[in-house]
Design a protein around this ligand. Structure first.
Ligand SMILES: [Zn+2]
Ligand SMILES: [Zn+2]
Length: 310
């Protein structure tokens, strides 16, 4: 069995596990499984965008750079055990992500590459997939280039899929609509508790909780926010609203266009030629959701389960 096949199976099992936990222990109660933008995140960001960006990043950015720099087959760190390599690249990349993410929130230009990620109004296991093309190209090149540069081909062929699997699993976990209560672990490891707050449309968290795997970077650099953890106090313990404090397009191409050129979203989305095109994605997922809900439960309107998932 190839490692890529194995990691795909593990990822699908993890996805099922996350969806099951969301159903039984929801952070925000009443959230629909097929929420607004589900189709956009699954089809455009998860399947189509990641497929093409993987080819672009590995074959057209990292590989030519490796040859240009004369680092092909350097294998400087190949003698390290796999677990040490994975841990090393996890920690160093998360430190980079902390600072770059912080910069994205503090720079008007870089914010344009990150606002798509914050546009999800319903944060769930799939929400983390919504990231601007440029954000993925920058972050994944910086993530995987050192692995390819510093390891021989055989070792990199093991470390890359393991690292990619952990990224995907962790991305689902921190965004999942799960009422996790990991207590003091939130000083060290990120979970939904801190990252759900990062997605809140609340003034006090616009500049907080930047780390994605290791929460200690936020606590060390003074940007940690989690009501309930001492010494923080807050008037309420969960966000009341998620997403952006301004109008944002609902379509994949318009979201990217909006990052380069601001336009009146409502006006453009209501143009006679565009309106049906914009509406069809949500209509389609709405139909799928309704079909599954009604086939599973005839009296779905009054059931607790139907309010969290179909
Ligand atoms: Zn952010
Ligand atoms: Zn996020």
């Amino acid at each position: 069995m190839s490692l890529v096949f194995l990691t795909t199976i593990i990822l699908l099992c993890w996805m099922t596990f996350m969806i099951t936990l969301e159903r039984f222990f929801p952070y925000t109660k009443g959230m629909k499984f097929f929420r607004e933008g589900w189709w956009l995140d699954m089809v455009w960001y998860t399947l189509i965008q990641s497929y093409f960006l993987k080819i672009l990043i590995f074959d057209y950015v990292i590989a030519p750079s490796e040859h240009a720099l004369g680092m092909a087959e350097s294998g400087y760190l190949s003698h390290w055990p796999i677990w040490a390599l994975v841990l090393f690249f996890l920690i160093t990349h998360d430190l980079y992500i902390y600072w770059f993410h912080r910069w994205q929130h503090n720079s008007k230009i870089l914010w344009r590459t990150h606002e798509a990620h914050h546009s999800v109004k319903t944060v769930d296991w799939l929400a983390g997939s919504r990231s601007h093309v440029l954000e993925i190209i920058i972050n994944q090149t910086i993530e995987f280039a050192p692995i390819i540069f510093l390891l021989d081909v055989e070792t990199a062929a093991v470390v890359v899929p393991i690292k990619a699997l952990l990224d995907a699993m962790w991305g689902m976990w921190i965004h999942a609509n799960i009422d996790a209560k990991t207590g003091k672990l939130q000083y060290f490891i990120n979970g939904p508790e801190m990252h759900q707050w990062h997605h809140a449309n609340h003034q006090e968290v616009f500049y907080a909780n930047y780390a994605t795997k290791f929460a200690f970077f936020d606590w060390i650099f003074g940007t940690g926010f989690l009501p309930g953890l001492k010494p923080l106090k807050h008037q309420f313990f969960k966000p009341r609203e998620f997403g952006l404090p301004y109008e944002y397009p609902r379509d994949y191409f318009m979201q990217h266009w909006f990052s380069f050129w601001r336009f009146d979203v409502k006006k453009v989305e209501n143009l006679p030629g565009l309106k049906p095109y914009i509406e069809w994605q949500n209509t389609l997922t709405g139909w799928i959701g309704k079909i599954i809900t009604h086939s599973g439960n005839a009296d779905s309107s009054s059931s607790q389960t139907s309010r969290t998932e179909p």
